[in-house]
Write a protein that binds this ligand. Structure first.
Ligand code: PLP
Length: 387
């Protein structure tokens, strides 16, 4: 009998979906961004319960586009941002690249979102224009309190929901909980378009600016009213219209090939989210002596099962010998990453440090069965020392 293998991530694109894509490609469509991308965007916005969504080529591009567009929209009163220490490099790096002062916020002990006391301290002391949240491993931040604190201090809030597609806070989906939200459709995420991502928002002005900056800074994709208004303001004639740039943009577009897959994947998302939530619960029941992440929001479309152990290296080696992959809890604390230390020295934060030193996550994806979880939990308990 071959040894059971439990990988950290697995393909979400089925053989049937690939075959369907191949048939579609053979029909000879123009594959660049076109009607399917717009259809995917409408469907994705409907799923998250937002007015708009914008498809891009990765979750990192989504974060970059949100950050630069907020700046260009004139929404930020200064270039100061609070970023969770436990996040992802491209949650933070757009702000570093754009010359923001970045303040790392410690993590909440239960949900690993922002710690409310530390958030309040940073808001009072630094008066930043912006907070970007990350819903770690699918668990929503404490949005009521976050919104209240940020409103008190005039700080805008956006979400990096790349690990939380399908999760809900009090009945509202992530991505619809703040001014704008980002998603990733990379391999191993809830749905995949090979590479891919999206931004959601209800804000008309930001939407137009993001559509422009996604594609070079031109106005071709921008809703008609804004397109005409911009054209008029800068006295652009019809001949020059397609080659006029209103922003110093990027090219962050995706393609209809990716959108074709995205539309198929989106149909399966509710089922995928349910399996991930079930798996999280099975892990929790199977590992009662280990710390488990909890959150107040409601439905958790779990990304993976995070916990703490004293002996991570030993655990990871032993699990691998049993066919099971595991990894650090996201990537620990940004305040302890080489790129940060080079510039600022080490930033110590108690909970983020604990995640950095003892955090580990176990596999969860839609192809993991209850039997896989029993296998992982059995071998994990044989060697892991709880904290
Ligand atoms: C919180 C978070 N933000 C952003 C990203 C980047 O997404 P992508 O790999 O699509 O660029 C990731 C990737 O895992 C992530 O976990």
């Amino acid at each position: 009998m071959s040894k059971r293998k439990v990988k950290l991530a697995d393909n979400t694109i089925s053989a049937e979906e690939m075959a369907s894509l191949a048939d579609w490609l053979k029909q000879g469509h123009q594959v660049t961004k076109g009607p399917l991308t717009r259809q995917f965007e409408a469907e994705f916005a409907a799923y998250t319960g937002t007015k708009y969504s914008i498809m891009v080529n990765s979750g990192s591009s989504a974060n970059l586009l949100m950050a630069y567009s907020l700046l260009e929209a004139g929404y930020l009163r200064n270039k100061k941002v609070i970023v969770p220490a436990v996040s992802w490099i491209t949650t933070l790096s757009p702000f570093v690249q754009m010359g923001f002062d970045c303040f790392l916020c410690d993590s909440d002990v239960k949900d690993l979102g922002v710690d409310l006391n530390h958030l309040e301290q940073l808001l009072k002391k630094e008066q930043p224009a912006l907070l970007i949240l990350v819903h770690i491993l699918g668990h929503p931040n404490q949005m009521d309190a976050v919104r209240r604190l940020c409103a008190q201090h005039g700080c805008l809030v956006i979400e990096d929901a790349c690990e939380a597609l399908g999760s809900e806070y009090k009945g509202v989906k992530t991505g619809a909980l703040a001014l704008a939200g980002s998603f990733s459709f990379y391999y191993g995420h809830h749905i995949s378009t090979i590479e891919g991502g999206a931004i959601t928002t209800n804000d008309d002005k930001l939407y137009s600016i993001m559509l422009s900056i996604r594609s070079h800074g031109w106005s071709r994709d921008v809703p008609e009213a804004d397109r005409q208004a911009w054209k008029k303001e800068y006295h652009i004639d019809d001949f020059r219209e397609f080659y006029s740039f209103y922003y110093a943009g990027y090219n962050l577009r995706s393609t209809d090939l990716n959108a074709y897959l995205g539309r198929l994947q989106l149909k399966r998302l509710p089922e995928i989210a349910k399996i991930r939530a079930r798996n999280f619960e099975l892990y929790r029941q199977a590992l009662p002596e280990f710390w488990a992440q909890t959150s107040e929001g409601g439905f958790v479309s779990s990304f993976s099962y995070g916990t703490y152990v004293k002996n991570r290296l030993e655990v990871s080696r032993y699990l691998l010998s049993q066919g099971v992959e595991c990894r650090p809890l996201v990537c620990g604390s940004m305040g302890r990453q080489p790129f940060w230390i080079k510039k600022h020295g080490v930033t110590h934060l108690p909970v983020a440090d604990k995640v950095h030193d003892f955090g580990l996550y176990l596999p969860n994806h839609a192809n993991i069965t209850p039997e896989d979880i029993s296998h992982v939990a059995k071998h994990f308990r044989e060697v892991a020392e709880p904290i």
